[in-house]
Design a protein around this ligand. Structure first.
Ligand SMILES: [Ca+2]
Ligand SMILES: [Ca+2]
Length: 372
């Protein structure tokens, strides 16, 4: 044994005798909520406690109908109802998809550990500027999104497409059955956690009305599954980056049509138009649709047992593995940049389901580099 190690072992032994927990390098020993409430001095700490609700005012913590993903309350007991025994935790943007209660209501009652600054929040003992959230189950934050695109740095055109293909092909794959449950989370109505939003029609509909009857919602393949004939086997047919809730009748009206402007209005789909060879959704999601198609063209390159999906400028692609029109989809993407619903959806897919991202939601400027 090296003599250099001996002092460290001695320190460890002394700390152990004094009752300090010894944790691996870099990890801090966590403290209780009661300790954190008594230590509001701006120091950094890891606090372990149970999620007991969302603070909305100094003495108000709600346990249902969570208004957003911005804050949660921790206590040393899962059944605590007194706000004086709670620590109010601010949730920074990077953690909202995984630890915000509106997106993750099942976190209520779960034990988690949060690392951040012990300082007042909502004029109440709190923890702010958190740098880590762990525990709670079912919410793996995955790798740091800041480094996610490191392999694409400085690249353009075909080299960028190739690098992104490699990055986004590292993913968890869902079964077609698992897609139902995923869509109930990824497409949840921000104003009603019992509902999902139908992509083309924009209607809010009960999560429980999934099925095959008229006016139920079902699993729309935005990249029509006949274009490349990939069906619903695990792969492109179960990739929730392009699978969305839609009314059964509207889904049927869209069928396998390519995307283009023009046509006449579509029943039960306000703002949508279609003709014999193309479909256009409501204006608010035309960019969303385009970015889903761009994702599919980059994700599926023919190297995993499925067709190489690509864009072209046609509206008569039939069962060929192409979707058009690329010129129209590019215009739609430019006119309808990524919105909050779409960004949240990308985060939820990344943090909770597939652990891969749609690059064109994170970097809309890459569309013109790959499809000039
Ligand atoms: Ca949009
Ligand atoms: Ca492709």
């Amino acid at each position: 044994m090296s003599r250099l190690l001996r002092p460290a072992l001695l320190v460890t032994a002394v700390l152990a005798l004094l009752g300090f927990g010894i944790t691996p390098a870099g990890a801090a020993t966590s403290i209780t909520v009661a300790t954190a409430i008594g230590r509001q001095d701006g120091s950094t700490a890891s606090v372990t406690g149970y999620v007991v609700g969302q603070p909305t005012a100094t003495s108000t913590v709600v346990r249902s109908n969570f208004p957003n993903d911005y804050a949660l309350a921790l206590a040393d007991s899962a059944s605590q109802t007194s706000t004086s025994s709670m620590l109010y935790v601010q949730i920074p943007a990077a953690f909202r998809a995984s630890y915000g209660l509106q997106s993750n209501p099942s976190l209520l009652g779960k034990q988690i550990t949060v690392t951040g600054t012990l300082a007042a929040y909502f004029s109440h003992p709190g923890l702010k500027n958190a740098t880590a959230f762990t525990g709670g189950g079912g919410t793996d934050p995955g790798p740091d999104p800041g480094d996610y695109y490191a392999g694409a740095e400085g690249k353009t055109g075909a080299a960028l497409k190739s690098a992104l293909h490699t990055i986004i092909s590292s993913q968890t794959k869902l079964t077609y059955d698992q897609v139902w449950d995923a869509l109930k989370v990824t497409d949840q109505d921000p104003n009603n956690s019992s509902n999902v939003i139908e992509i083309y029609s924009g209607r809010s509909i009960s999560k429980t009305l999934n099925g095959g009857d008229a006016d139920d919602w079902n699993r729309e393949h935005v990249w029509a599954k006949s274009h490349g004939d990939f069906g619903t086997a695990t792969g492109p047919g179960t990739d929730v980056h392009h699978l969305r809730p839609e009314d059964v009748t509207v889904n049927s009206a869209r069928g396998n049509l390519d995307f283009d402007n023009g046509g006449t209005s579509v029943a039960q789909c306000s703002g949508c138009t279609a003709d014999s060879d193309s479909f256009a959704p409501r204006a608010a999601v035309r960019g969303d649709v385009a970015r889903m198609i761009f994702y599919m063209a980059v994700r599926y390159e023919g190297d995993d047992g499925f067709a190489n999906l690509e864009l072209n400028d046609s509206v008569s692609n039939g069962t060929a593995p192409y979707i058009g029109k690329v010129s129209v989809l590019k215009a739609w993407a430019a006119a309808d940049p990524p919105d909050a619903f779409e960004k949240n959806r990308n985060e939820v897919i990344y943090s909770q389901f597939q652990h891969n991202r749609n690059p064109f939601i994170d970097h809309p400027e890459w569309v013109a580099s790959i499809w000039p």
